[in-house]
Design a binder for this molecule. Structure first.
Ligand SMILES: [Zn+2]
Length: 133
């Protein structure tokens, strides 16, 4: 089954989506489409995690779209407007996918923590210089 997607730029994400359309609200960094399997699930691919590439044949999204948390568990790429099906997620891959997600989140927060720590260190050094002698 090959479903084509065409890009539609919108100002606001509509509440009802049509199949075969990749909606992009650039101002919000939002993108959404109906699952390519036809199950009707709205799949959101925020543009800070997916890169959208516009080609003359249609939009591409990178990385792949893995709806492992949905009933259909479909997994596909949108490549130049075309759906390329990937093998279904195996239970191991689902676990891996979740682990990756957690790791990404942790990396994000530890980075925030590190920035805060460094800033505190700077203030501390400055205070030591000021009062330390
Ligand atoms: Zn689906």
């Amino acid at each position: 089954m090959t479903q084509r997607f065409e890009l539609r730029k919108v100002q606001y994400m509509p509440t009802k989506l049509d199949p075969g359309i990749l909606y992009v609200a650039e101002a919000f960094g939002a993108a959404a489409h109906l699952c390519a399997c036809g199950c009707g699930t709205i799949v959101r691919t925020p543009l800070n995690r997916w890169s959208l590439i516009e080609t003359k044949d249609g939009p591409s999204l990178d990385p792949s779209i893995g709806n492992w948390q949905e009933a259909c568990q479909s997994h596909y790429w949108i490549l130049k407007g075309e759906t390329k099906w990937a093998p279904k997620w195996s239970p191991e891959e689902i676990i891996e996918g979740r682990a990756r997600e957690v790791a990404r989140r942790e990396a994000y927060y530890s980075n925030l923590y590190e920035q805060r720590r460094r800033r505190l260190q700077q203030i501390w050094n400055w205070a030591k210089k000021l009062f330390g002698k």
